[in-house]
Design a protein around this ligand. Structure first.
Ligand SMILES: Cc1cc2nc3c(=O)[nH]c(=O)nc-3n(C[C@H](O)[C@H](O)[C@H](O)COP(=O)(O)O)c2cc1C
Length: 374
């Protein structure tokens, strides 16, 4: 069931990262504590063409921790398996790349996008953009470590480290010359954190300066926004983060819109119930009961955040400590909801699940009505 949208259609799209052909140009963003293997798999199943793991530290002493070994576990993951690494030392980053390639990584992504991550008492992530020499030493070392394995290296960055210091174009150009095969740009500076709005002019400038694929990221939370960002940046792909929290079907909605110019109807309540219960089972399988039940709460909260009765349910659910009780409660919630409605309400469906950083803007109400009428 679809409703017409008057905008020009965007042709179906495909792209490559090195030798890997992707099914589309819709990426799920790496989000530490969110985009674990179960969530990445779910997003891919629901239309994301590509997913990058949560970052893995370059600190060797942490590789044997449960947290890092879970992040480096790619059992059953749909290819290509892309692992993001974070650190501040070129040699350590090269070793981290090799470690992850040994464990199945087919693409290595360098994190220069995270606003606040300390590794070895130094700021990693987007703070590296402040030290271009070090940033490029890291890029060169990681590319050299990956080259013998034919593993492409990609880079995720921000527009710069502060207003007035937007050096994304300079770093991206140098990274391309050093052998990086794709660059993703989040349209904020490091100084901004998640405040304000993402800007896309710098992303467009990066795209214009490079020959390799460029991915646009930041505040994309609807099919039209995805289309508009692709159009105004000329980027090869878009990456969606917070808007996919609790709403992993956003990828198929965007894909459908890009292919047809029409909106997909919101998902059936019964489908969301099935998706969430399957997500939880996968989640428990990775984390075990104790950690699994606790870390699943945020995901459940995101799915339910904008649904009628969702907030009251979330408070009650936080007291449950066993997988079975959590599954049962979630199942009952959706069964009750299903008595009142067939589909997730359009306005809820367009909400964001974000619990981290500001909520991306909502679609305007007229468009919600258009979807509701579908
Ligand atoms: C909870 C959370 C964790 C994140 N972790 C990472 C990370 O590990 N690596 C990274 O490059 N970016 C990370 N990011 C940034 C996202 O990948 C993305 O660039 C940012 O959220 C903007 O996209 P969005 O507006 O679609 O959410 C994280 C963001 C959030 C909200």
């Amino acid at each position: 069931m679809t409703s017409r949208f008057s905008a020009a259609r965007t042709a179906p799209f495909f792209m490559n990262i090195g030798p890997y052909a992707l099914t589309n140009k819709l990426f799920v963003a790496p989000m530490a504590g969110v985009t674990d293997r179960p969530f990445r798999q779910l997003c891919k199943k629901l239309g994301a063409g590509y997913a990058v793991s949560e970052m893995v530290t370059s600190r060797r002493d942490l590789w044997d921790t449960l947290k890092t070994s879970r992040r480096a576990n790619h059992e059953g993951e749909t290819a290509p398996i892309a692992v993001q690494i974070a650190g501040t030392d070129a040699q350590m980053m090269a070793e981290a790349a090799a470690y992850n390639v040994d464990r199945g990584a087919q693409i290595i992504d360098i994190n220069m996008g995270c606003p606040a991550k300390k590794v070895c008492n130094k700021w990693a992530g987007s703070a590296l953009m402040q030290d271009e020499t070090l940033a490029l030493q890291i890029v060169a070392a990681v590319v050299a470590a990956c080259a013998p394995h034919n593993v492409p290296v990609t880079l995720k960055m921000r527009t710069g480290w502060a207003q007035g210091h937007k050096n994304a174009v300079t770093i991206a150009r140098a990274a391309e010359s050093a052998g990086v095969q794709m660059v993703t740009v989040h349209g904020r500076t490091r100084e901004q954190g998640y405040k304000g709005c993402a800007e896309y002019d710098t992303i467009a400038a990066v795209k214009a300066a490079l020959r390799i694929p460029v991915v646009a990221n930041g505040d994309i939370n609807s099919p039209e926004k995805a289309r508009d960002v692709l159009t105004c940046t000329g980027a090869d792909a878009v990456m969606i983060g917070r808007a996919a929290q609790g709403r992993p079907w956003i990828f198929r909605e965007v894909a459908h819109f890009m292919a047809t110019g029409t909106y997909l109807a919101p998902p059936l309540v019964a489908e969301v119930k099935r998706l969430l219960l399957d997500h939880l089972l996968d989640h428990y399988a990775l984390y075990g009961e104790f950690t699994g039940v606790r870390t699943a709460r945020k995901h459940i909260g995101w799915y339910l955040k904008t649904l009628p009765g969702g907030e009251a349910f979330r408070v009650r659910m936080n007291g449950l400590e066993a997988c079975q009780a959590q599954l049962q409660a979630v199942g009952d919630f959706f069964d009750d909801l299903g008595v009142r409605m067939d589909r997730i309400p359009a306005n809820a469906e367009m909400g964001t699940g974000s619990g981290s950083g500001p909520a991306p803007e909502r679609m305007n109400k007229d468009k919600n009505k258009e979807v509701a009428a579908a």
